[in-house]
Design a protein around this ligand. Sequence first.
Ligand code: SAM
Length: 288
Amino acid sequence: MRWDFPYDSPSQITELLDRHGLAMSRRFGQNFLLSKEIRTRIVSALELDGTEHVWEIGPGIGNITSYLIDSKADITAFEIDRGFISILRDHAFKDVENFTLIEGDFLKTWESVLAEKGTPDVICGNLPYNVGSVIIGRLLEKQVLPKKMAFTLQKEVIGRITGESDTKNWSTLSILSQVDFEVKQLFTIKAGAFYPPPNVDSAVILYTRRDTPLVPDEKRELFFTIVHDLFSSRRKTMRNNLLHGSLASSLPKEKIIDRIEQSQFDPMTRGEVYSIAQLLELTDLFLD
Ligand code: SAM
């Protein structure tokens, strides 16, 4: 039997933390999601049937985790805070069979869990806002591609994930996300739904893996070399970024200039205007 704790009550949470001599830490981006309705909406969006292996990043004291556990899926949760770890391990989910706790910094622990247990079917979490985009970027760069991912994040980061080409939100994070996933902001969350309330607006993003990625495997490495070059200095032209980035370390500059001049691309355009389809055409120029 799992713990039945009133996760929607700030006073009970404070009392629990006091009893264990713990306090919330700003350093670890700790804002507990109180609203039961929102916690259940996040878990429902994952459409779990109980057969999945699920990673939860930053379970805190288990307010979303408890619903994940109820789904019967196999849950692996990654938590950095020693105090929360002891609550999860010794109290909340002590003898729960479908719950495994990985202690420490997710950014340092996830790769060994991946190597041991393989890619999870689902990843979720009310992410610590200070490292949320870093966590997502790392997973995507290493091509960890679960069927679904759902995260609570500040709206500004979700704007960058769902951004479109030729807007200020279009970034390497948008491209990394959209090559392999359809991304959709599900709903916004008012600050008052958290304890303590964050001073930024929040929302939930859903990633759904595409059947076929927008960039074929054999072009992926070159595609992302070009993307990183183009976004290394957003104010520079496409030509300048390509001549002074990683592409130029594997291809002679004359060849780069030649290929651009023979194409329909305007070398003086800034790279951030290109859609994924256009970036793929640009990649094709340098394939051999
Ligand atoms: N899941 C809880 C909820 O929804 O209320 C807590 C979410 S709180 C925004 C973020 C959680 O991530 C905290 O429990 C925090 O200690 C944990 N955390 C912060 N940085 C972390 C890291 N690098 N690795 C693992 N957990 C981390």
